[in-house]
Write a protein that binds this ligand. Structure first.
Ligand code: ZN
Length: 150
């Protein structure tokens, strides 16, 4: 007596599934639009994350690019709540191993463009924690920051 009851139940389940398909069509259309918007947004504003000071959580950058190899490093041009110590100079190869890799290929050129390879330290303007460096082309390289979703 159990089997006719269960088969009857299966039929009613199928009916329920049919009903649920209709709203799903609307949902996938919305998803499509949402995805398009995301792609468009990424094209216009190439921000990978919002960066914050690790000590006081002040936002220091809204638009940045994550380093391709060193995922804890971020590059940015527009920053907020940052101050640069122009008096102190840091050797760039101490911070970015990417430059060190390139140095092997052009060791002679390194001596010529010695000025370009020096950078200034960047601090959080709120609590003065060192959060990264800025290079000669005014590109900020953050290495001591907390990233979060843009
Ligand atoms: Zn801070």
């Amino acid at each position: 007596m159990d089997s006719p009851t269960s088969s009857l139940k299966t039929v009613s389940d199928d009916e329920e599934i049919d009903y649920s398909i209709k709203p799903e069509f609307y949902d996938s259309d919305l998803d499509d639009k949402d995805e398009m918007w995301m792609v468009k947004k990424r094209d216009g504003r190439t921000s990978d994350a919002v960066l914050s000071c690790p000590a006081c959580f002040t936002t220091v950058c809204l638009e940045c690019q994550r380093h391709e190899q060193y995922v804890t490093q971020y590059r940015a041009v527009f920053v907020v709540n940052c101050k640069v110590d122009k008096d102190r100079v840091v050797q760039q190869n101490a911070i970015s191993s990417n430059v060190g890799k390139r140095r092997r290929d052009s060791e002679k050129r390194e001596t010529v463009s010695a000025d370009d390879e020096t950078v200034n330290p960047v601090f959080c303007s709120t609590c003065s924690t060192e959060i990264g460096v800025v290079d000669g082309e005014e590109i900020y390289h953050f290495s001591n920051v907390i990233p979060s979703e843009p």
